[in-house]
Design a protein around this ligand. Structure first.
Ligand SMILES: Cc1cc2nc3c(=O)[nH]c(=O)nc-3n(C[C@H](O)[C@H](O)[C@H](O)COP(=O)(O)O)c2cc1C
Length: 338
């Protein structure tokens, strides 16, 4: 191994490698002290409860009944892009034994049209609305944020930045794989808005701490941990991959333990505001995320598996948190093993 002692930049083709643990710990303390949003007494995102609907499950606001009732803390929009997108070739969804693989391709009417047609319907539900920004270049994320600020006229409570999009100027690798690119994306969005920003991380790295640190340092208020995991479904008789794009994003029960591990590691490292997303299909799953440090939880695939149960979830979660003595005492209260 080359590089100087305590050198944060390793020999791995210029990519950042982790510093020794003691350096991470001191950097964490500096970062945590610098982040006012790490307090837990007030909601730094302007949400009204811990249960949210994840991005990709609400298209028009009328997709599920009675969202205005039922204790949702906020609703996150479908992934929005600068221009209208029709989405990927079919098939776009594949059901597996333990989850759903999707490759929707960010079908949406474009940010400006969304603000004028669908946003009013969502706002009529009386819940905080969080946008979901999906870009294809660093500049593109900045432009998108500018559109949402101008056309949204401050009606989005917060913006969630989807970092699991292919970077067309970076070999089509997801933005979320490289901490230095994450930093650029968050800075580009931060330059356009003072609203709370949520960096939605891509989970497919062994250690998410450098990625989370870059996002927080660049101005993210909170982290969503995390997006889907890549996977394929195979149609054996046809000898073909099921999805039109081959690879898609796996969500649902299969990913819960995988994403929970990231959530636990990031909360331990940064004590920052976290939204848990991945595999929740019961109140206990949500409580597990909260114990691991997620102050909010997002529900997605559960709405497809068992909509009735999922729609009753926010009220059930609020009761369960109350029973545990309230959010502040339960949040991150997982007993350590070491
Ligand atoms: C059909 C579908 C569409 C999705 N669309 C988006 C999207 O537009 N933007 C985004 O950030 N995440 C999107 N996601 C990811 C979800 O928001 C969520 O993070 C993921 O599904 C894990 O949660 P779950 O297991 O509860 O579904 C989508 C997921 C599915 C299944």
């Amino acid at each position: 191994m080359g590089g100087e002692k305590n050198d944060w930049w390793g020999p791995l083709e210029g990519r950042r490698v982790l510093p020794p643990l003691f350096l991470i710990e001191s950097a964490e303390k500096t970062l945590i002290n610098a982040l006012p949003s790490c307090r837990h007494d007030a909601d730094p995102l302007g949400l009204v409860g811990p249960a949210l609907i994840a991005s990709g499950f609400l298209y028009k606001g009328s997709d599920y009944p009675h969202l205005e009732k039922g204790g949702w803390g906020g609703l996150i929009t479908k992934g929005l892009t600068e221009e209208e997108r029709l989405g990927n070739p079919v098939h776009r969804l594949a059901e597996t034994k333990s989850g759903l693989i999707n490759s929707i391709g960010l079908a949406n009417p474009g940010a400006k049209a969304f603000c004028h047609t669908i946003l009013p319907t969502l706002l009529a539900l009386g819940k905080p609305i969080v946008s979901n920004l999906s870009g294809f270049s660093v500049k593109g994320y900045g432009k998108l944020a500018a559109i949402l600020e101008k056309e949204g006229e401050g009606r989005y409570t917060a913006h969630e930045i989807n970092l699991s999009c292919p970077n067309v100027h970076g070999g089509k690798l997801d933005f979320g794989l490289d901490p230095s690119v994450i930093r650029e994306v968050i800075q580009a969005v931060r330059a356009e808005t003072d609203q709370p920003l949520i960096a939605k991380l891509t989970p497919i790295v062994a250690d998410l701490r450098p990625h989370a640190e870059a996002a927080l340092d660049a101005g993210a208020t909170a982290l969503t941990v995390a997006n889907t995991w890549p996977g394929i479904a195979v149609d054996v008789p046809q000898r073909k991959m099921v999805l039109g794009t081959g690879v898609g994003g796996l969500s649902g029960p299969a990913i819960l333990p995988l994403t929970l591990r990231h959530c636990h590691a990031l909360y331990r490292a940064f004590k920052c505001p976290i939204l848990g997303s991945g595999g929740i299909t019961s109140v206990d799953d949500a409580l597990a995320y909260i114990l691991c440090g997620a102050r909010w939880v997002q529900i997605g695939t559960w709405l497809h598996i068992h909509p009735q149960e999922a729609l009753a979830f926010p009220e059930e979660l609020n009761k369960a948190i109350e029973k545990e003595g309230g959010l502040d005492s339960f949040l991150g209260a997982l007993e350590d093993r070491e």
